[in-house]
Design a protein around this ligand. Sequence first.
Ligand code: AMP
Ligand code: ZN
Length: 485
Amino acid sequence: MSQVPFVFQNSKSGKKEPFLPKDPLNVSIYSCGPTVYNFAHIGNIRSFLFVDVLRRSLLLGGYKLNQAMNITDIDDKIINESIKQKISVEEFTKPWTEAFFKDLDTLHVQKLEHYPKATESIEDMVGLVETLQSNGLVYEKDGNLYFSIQKFDRYGELSKIDVSGMKSGVRYDADEYTKDDVRDFVLWKNQKTEEEKCWHTRIGKGRPGWHLECSAMIRKVYGSGVDIHTGGIDLLFPHHENEAAQSYGAYPKEEFVGTWLHCEHLLVDGEKMSKSKGNFYTLRDILEKGYDPNSIRYHLISAHYRSKLNFSLSKLEESKTAMERIQNTIYRVLETGDLWNILPKTLGNLEFTNSDLLKINLEFINSLADDLNVPKALASVFELVRIVNQFLDTNTNLIGSLFLKESLELFYQINELFAVFSFDKQIQSLDGISEDWVLNQIEARKTAKQNKDFSTADKIRKELEAKGILLTDTKEGITTWKRAQ
Ligand code: AMP
Ligand code: ZN
């Protein structure tokens, strides 16, 4: 199968460009991942879902992928917290790394091929610094090693930052940076106190600066540069500019990144959601308010990745309603056509005899191929919902209908991107209710009745009703259940 041609807004040129990977059957994509010192907030999660949208869109387009996302498990915050808690850096970061993967699982984010950790890539970082040293781009001050921006004439190429006003030897060695402040950045940090985590290496006793890890890990995983590099927009400068400086500084003849993609911020009341501002929700915060993971995923991916998204619970509620409209149509198709047990055809080989479905399928994939335009792809989904509902409203006797079968295949394909819809008879509720859970509730109600606790029995019935599950008590004393229509 050949690939659907994609275009991407490349941050390097600021323009939409045709996507031309070196090998469409082995596309290399590197994404800046989490710093594991706390639960990710849903702003961070937006940037990880963006990577999932990129992955799923390219897969739908027929590409094969080799993706990596780094885990930053060493930085100032991590060191300070682990010292405060009197535990090792590894002990401190382990539960946060697990929480990160759990969040991704909850949101149906596909696993990538590689998750390199900074602490497991120290040798690669040391090697990179040595190459930069031999290329004359490194100087030492107080035991720290710095990258000399003035000696590297391509600095600013990516972010278009102006370096002309920079005084020579102005240094920065913290892991968090002030935006737009151009300084020589630290590659390797000298150990400051005895309790600080450090490595004994050929370039000294200390630890890497934050930017170094991504350049080194890209080389470690791929042996050279990558087709696509992604991150949140706040990483464009200085993080990605510094990554590019390190990589081109060490290997000037090699292309480091073909396409740079940057995801816009999630905002709260017009301001960037961030830990330091305290205006953030974690995924758990929102789940505790009674929202299901699917609504959150649907909401966060339905805006274009290059648009700012202002987060509010009422907007989340609107997305939930929109998502349920699509889900209800899927259930209508399954029920009316009696198509519950049909398996999806091999994706990418969809053949539609119906011209409307053919057109919607093309529009859907072409919208994704146009710089991941999910809002436009969603418009095609709602067009599908409209024509399918119209068909269901105006036709009868639809068991085994070819149109419904083909519509279902199209919904399956759409769900390869959204990953929030259910095609399963047992799990028909968007709240993730399983048959097991319903049977447990029925059992609890039976026990309550046996104990003459009729108010609890009644409460259970009402709770189930509120979730769209209707109970019927038969004369034989058996309780059956069905979904409300
Ligand atoms: P961190 O864990 O802080 O290293 O950040 C992980 C990712 O989340 C990076 O790609 C950031 O650019 C991204 N990010 C941080 N805050 C936001 C936000 N409010 N909206 C979207 N992405 C964000
Ligand atoms: Zn990075």
